[in-house]
Design a binder for this molecule. Structure first.
Ligand code: HEC
Length: 121
């Protein structure tokens, strides 16, 4: 019986160690600046490749030119961050900062508009 308890406790402390290490690495990963391409691939391509629901298509000049006719660069970033119409806030990247979103938009812009979007600091 004693041995049995010892084995259980022993296993748990090993498990806690694994968990602690995992959290340490996960925390570290979250603290890293996010790679804009990764954000786009994970959170934005699903809608912005097809243009579903009127989403400006990635690198599609006419779509973005129509958007910039209506909104300033700052507004475009804020709209994506806060959500507008059928654009969900942050594209469901809930822990993305305004800067992360601005950099993600930069990746999606057509050549003619690269550099148009600046993070609102
Ligand atoms: C569920 C689908 C969906 C996802 C996911 C999504 N978008 Fe959108 N997005 C839309 C739609 C639809 C619009 C057009 C909104 C409208 O006109 O009502 C839009 C509009 C935008 C706009 C223009 C803002 C404006 O004022 O209309 C930007 C910029 C944008 N999205 C960026 C992003 C970024 C960056 C991501 C990923 C982090 C993302 N979107 C993820 C659907 C999506």
């Amino acid at each position: 019986m004693k041995l049995c308890i010892k084995v259980i406790i022993g296993d748990h402390s090993r498990l806690s160690l694994v968990l602690a290490l995992f959290l340490l690495f996960a925390g570290h990963a979250l603290a890293e600046p996010r790679d804009a391409e990764t954000i786009v691939a994970r959170n934005c391509v699903s809608c912005h490749t097809s243009g579903a629901g009127g989403a400006p298509r990635i690198e599609h000049e006419a779509d973005w030119s129509a958007l910039f006719d209506r909104f300033s660069s700052d507004e475009v970033v804020t709209n994506a961050y806060e959500g507008r119409g059928r654009m969900p806030a942050r594209g469901f990247c809930n822990d993305c900062s305004l800067d992360d979103i601005a950099r993600a938009i930069e990746v999606m812009l057509p050549e003619a508009y690269k550099g148009q979007v600046r993070p609102d600091q």
